[in-house]
Write a protein that binds this ligand. Sequence first.
Ligand SMILES: Cc1cc2nc3c(=O)[nH]c(=O)nc-3n(C[C@H](O)[C@H](O)[C@H](O)COP(=O)(O)O)c2cc1C
Length: 440
Amino acid sequence: MGQNNELNRTRRRFLRMLAGSPVLASSHLLSNSVSNLLAAGEVTEKSFLGWLENLQESNNVISSPDQALDVMDFEPAARKAIPPAHFGYLATGVDDDGTVQANRDGYSRIQIRARRLVDVEKIDMSVRLLNATWSSPIVICPIGSQKAFHPEGEVAVARAARAKDHLQILSTVTTSSLEDVISARGGPVWQQLYPTNVWEVARSIVKRAEAVGAPAIALTVDLQEGSNRETLFRAQRVDQRQCSTCHTGAYTGFARGRPGVSSGGFAEAMARKPMFNKLDLSKVTALHAVNTNWDFVKRLRDTVTVKLLIKGIVTREDAQLAVEHGVDGLIVSNHGGRAEETLRPTIESLPEVVEGVAGKAPVIVDGGIRRGTDIFKALALGATAVGVGRPHCWGLSAFGQAGVEAVLEILRRELRTIMRQAGTTSVDKISRSYVVTHTA
Ligand SMILES: Cc1cc2nc3c(=O)[nH]c(=O)nc-3n(C[C@H](O)[C@H](O)[C@H](O)COP(=O)(O)O)c2cc1C
């Protein structure tokens, strides 16, 4: 007994010393877990060894972007760099995170049929998308609150997008203003739209985006209130920091109905979100409006003078309706598996959406794209371009602009490689005949 107490004291002394040392200064995850261990009272052999194992693993994490072999290498680096609650926000799906996993798994059921003896010396990855040409089909998805990942947030992403000419779609809940992002991008960005439940607010966001030159608005329709983001909620529990020291209020609408979560004041939660600056939010109760329907799309279509896309379509029927309502493009998306637990990968929804639009509008797909071969498969199944969400935020979290650039560079390099290997010299040559779906 006495020996156990002595060991416990020694482990606690060691951990206290580590907690105050620069070794942990760069890792919120490790320093938080030390605090948790110390707060638990007894430091058992099991918890102590578990913690040491984490420390060892964290040593294998890349410490500069050029060490990364693939985009997945940035995920543990991001986990290490940012607070647990912020990482939880980035990582979370809903329920068991099954749809997040399904988005990945969908790609492993598709095989590539590589053609030989094609001159592939020159590879052209450029695409035409709504009257503009981009150097590659890799689009940066809208992701809210990017200053939770890095102080430069969306502006750092815009600079990375500029470096290699990527299309960036900016979230409505951006933490950098649209004007600053456009200036950092040095060119147009698309504006994503969460319409709220108040038409005048939606209209004002659209008009502001149009006025500063956004050539397209992407209305997100796949997120209702009440998503059960358990991974986020668990991460928030282990994060011992006071959120209010950095930001007042956080939007909890998606967690509505969860015990202990009040709906919160919308205006207060949006105080740091520049797209809502100076707008009358007194009647807004929801960011993702439950009352949005096809009449709303019609009204929006009549209001938007630039291109209008819908993000979050996953069925043939809705794709047909979208085209009938004059929509210019679709984004096949399940919000990266963080809206509802359908377990249906977006890559499996893509073919029916492509059929539904019948060539009348471009189709972008996102969700689970982590490899150049994933991009190739999506293009083969009819996508005009693909969206990348979490990976660019892993890069941003770990290394700022340089991390985002490195993530995009790896994806471009991998796409170029598979295009060469499969004998496709340009994106328009990547047709359905280059893939086969494995069903067993
Ligand atoms: C942290 C986070 C925040 C997001 N915020 C938004 C948003 O503000 N608007 C939106 O339309 N989609 C949002 N999405 C969904 C992404 O645009 C995209 O559909 C998804 O991340 C693609 O899946 P992937 O992360 O597996 O690449 C968000 C996704 C994540 C992970």
